[in-house]
Ligand binder design. Sequence first.
Ligand code: NDP
Ligand code: MG
Length: 395
Amino acid sequence: MKPVQHITVLGATGSIGTSTLDVLRRHPQQFSVFALSAATQVDALLAQCLEFAPRYAVMSSAAHAQQLAQRLREHSSPTQVLQEADALEQIAAHPEVDTVMGAIVGAAGLAPCLAAARAGKRLLLANKEALVVGGALFMQAVQDNGCTLIPIDSEHSAIFQCLPEDASTWGQRLHSVILTASGGPFRQRDPHTLAQVTVAEACKHPNFSMGRKISVDSATMMNKALEVIEARWLFHLQPEQIRVVIHPEQIIHSMVQMRDSSVLAQLGTPDMRVPIACGLSWPERIASGVAPLDFTQLAGLSFEEADAQRFPGLHLSWQALRAPEGTTAILNAANEIAVAAFLEERLRFDRIHAVNLATLEQLIPDEKPASVPALMALDAQARQVAQTMVQRWSL
Ligand code: NDP
Ligand code: MG
């Protein structure tokens, strides 16, 4: 029998985190939860700690950590709450951990995911922003430390599954990748009405229930823009080797086109537990809890081009990838600020793109950010510029 894999789930209380625990729950002989983290949801993390009895739990603030520790004591739980500033890095890099699920949202996930990479862990990466912010640095750490990096984002999992297992052959065989996109809730909406979009409308994804930030990113298609950048790093591609096509049914999760024009696709029920189970067990396979596709029930598969007027943000990814290194970190930071302002009803939906564009125009990295502190400084600078843009257009 295989040894039990010890897992840390970063961002355990989110959409990907809870789906991960759902898959783990089905395989208690194979996996043991070593540590869990959350930002502010004490009740949700408490319930997970009581069920999975991890050795450690981490929360983002001292106040939340103290609350959790108190509640765990009341339940006589063995779980210890770590409160050091680098607690997330500690649970990602701990010598007893085999696998880390990186499911924090935003640039906040970079440092702990990088710690897992540097410790040579098996890293299941959902946190696409970590690669958008720190791509070059991140991939170098993966390579230098023998980290096994497995994409969880469904498109990248699809591409990963379609490619040969030996990554050293990808360059010779691969022509391009085609990322599929659902088109989100506004695929058919009149672009002239995008100024009136409400938070509830933007967060209502047609096929998936996801965190609020990625839901808004799907509605603007900035999610796909971030995924273009993510694909560039994961699969060592040139920007022109990455294409996007809208596929509203979300049955094909992405495709790779080989040099001979053969196209390989990965299909499945749109449920994140499939790429999560794939990542957990790769190269073997385990049950995900998801019903398989029933092809006789599929009405059809359709494809269309993304409309640049409706989704102006999509093209910023190629633009940022061709600009000096660090530009993608600026784009990511601006987008995090703009989306947060939209979710707080301080910014109109169509101004998210305006903030992103204006921040990119105002800030050009003068030198290559070669360390996490340098990246975080650039990130902070971009957030500041984006905040002034938000204020300019504030509701
Ligand atoms: P959620 O918002 O649902 O969950 C985010 C998790 O991270 C929560 O556990 C949250 O804690 C924690 N968190 C939030 N902010 C911080 C912070 N500053 N520091 C530490 N922890 C934090 O997000 P999703 O699960 O939807 O997405 C997670 C990542 O996976 C994102 O990068 C997203 O792009 C990617 N992804 C998501 C998909 C999906 O279907 N949801 C699909 C593909 C990729 P708390 O609950 O306490 O706030
Ligand atoms: Mg995706």
